[in-house]
Ligand binder design. Structure first.
Ligand SMILES: Nc1ncnc2c1ncn2[C@@H]1O[C@H](COP(=O)(O)OP(=O)(O)OP(=O)(O)O)[C@@H](O)[C@H]1O
Ligand SMILES: [Mg+2]
Length: 366
């Protein structure tokens, strides 16, 4: 077997507890083949001995039929203790099964929109879903979700999340007021965040989605360290510069031993909806025939950046592309209306795309 074939083989081995393989998690660092001998370097940052053993034995089982000698070198590339959430990081929200952060290298790429739509798509599946907006500088969930209320307090001084679209929602914006620009410094942010995690009465949740502030700096790092997360989703736009940001994001999560579950390419191509005479079957846009429904409506997606960069880069990083969302007028107007598309229609058109992304996400977290 050559190196590619070995990697293909290793791709059949899932990381324990995940529906995702060790290659796509970026754990296989090196493969050296010398005739009948193979030397593999695997980076397992988990401290869990069971998981390590299980991975080693799976790798041996997969390769021993092909090589006389299979040597596995284990790396434990965790980062300085200060930045890695050790297994002793308390899971401050006990009743939450999965915590998933939505992050981006730069601002304005559609993170909050993606977070809100994924959350609604999950709620449509009868799951218990929470959505926590941690964007301290520009909380946008109150706008995206059309919420202008203040949360109530319980008798023991816990914040009660607001409920809308079947979600439990909490945002710094609810507390600081939608119009107040807040400039908090690092330590205060960190303290506020911890308190936020602790002092919200979430109840039982299947999934808590975190809408992180844009960027991959200290603040994001602090936020991601405070909780034991299942993983992160990185939202990006197709341009190259944005893709460099994906890399930064992926690096940041690696530092805190949090798997990047996938990338969402947003504003990828342009979606146009229109209406014409149903008999007009000759409509063409950019030389392509447009199919017209019996009621005269049509919907087309135009590729603006034919780079395929999102896919390539996500493969290189070993992170799956969960899906692509085109630039769409519907998305902009849904923000203005304060109703995510998937809260209205999660099967057709753009809503269907968000649901597809959500399904992909569920398939990696189990
Ligand atoms: N696919 C899309 N098509 C058209 N407009 C979009 C799309 N995705 C997001 N938008 C619009 O772009 C704007 C920014 O989106 P959003 O607030 O979700 O980005 P963000 O990454 O959360 O920004 P920030 O970094 O400021 O938190 C919003 O007005 C939103 O309606
Ligand atoms: Mg946002």
């Amino acid at each position: 077997m050559n190196k590619e074939q070995v990697l293909e083989k290793l791709k059949t081995i899932n990381y324990p507890g995940f529906n995702r393989d060790i290659v796509s998690f970026g754990m296989v660092k090196d493969v050296l083949i010398d005739e009948n001998e193979i030397n593999i370097t695997i980076n397992i940052s988990s401290q869990n001995e069971e998981k390590k053993k299980s991975i080693i034995s799976e790798v041996k089982k997969a390769l021993e039929p092909h090589y006389k000698s299979v040597n596995i070198k284990l790396l434990n590339e965790t980062n300085p203790p200060a930045t890695s959430p050790s297994p002793n990081v308390p899971n401050v929200i006990d009743d939450v099964k999965h915590i998933i952060a939505i992050a981006s290298g730069k601002g304005g790429v559609g993170k909050s929109t993606v977070a809100a739509n994924i959350a609604c798509a999950l709620a449509n599946k009868e799951m218990q879903v929470g959505l926590l907006d941690l964007d301290i500088y520009g909380p946008s969930l109150p706008i995206v979700l059309g919420i202008n209320e203040q949360p109530k307090m319980t008798q023991d001084n816990k914040l009660v999340p607001l409920e809308k679209f079947g979600l439990k929602i909490m945002s710094f914006g609810f507390i600081s007021g939608n119009d107040t620009p807040v400039i908090w410094r690092g330590p205060l942010v960190s303290r506020m965040t911890e308190q936020f995690f602790r002092d919200v009465e979430w109840g039982e949740l299947d999934i808590l989605i975190l809408d992180l502030p844009p960027g991959t700096g200290d603040i994001q790092l602090t936020l991601t360290q405070k909780l034991r997360m299942t993983g992160a989703v990185i939202v990006t736009t197709p341009q190259d510069i944005a893709l460099a940001d994906v890399r930064k994001g992926a690096d940041m999560f690696r530092k805190v031993n949090t798997p990047v579950l996938g990338v969402v390419e947003n504003m990828s191509g342009l979606n146009i909806n229109g209406q014409t005479d149903p008999n007009n079957q000759n409509l063409q846009i950019n030389g392509e025939k447009v199919s017209i429904d019996s009621d005269g409506t049509f919907s087309i997606n135009l590729d603006l950046f034919k780079t395929g960069g999102g896919k390539k880069e996500s493969e290189r990083l070993g992170v799956p592309l969960l899906g692509k969302i085109p630039i769409s007028e519907q998305i902009m107007s849904s923000t203005d209306l304060g109703t995510p598309i998937t809260a209205r229609d999660s099967t057709d058109g753009i809503g269907g795309l968000y649901t597809e992304i959500t399904n992909q996400l569920l398939s990696v977290i189990k």
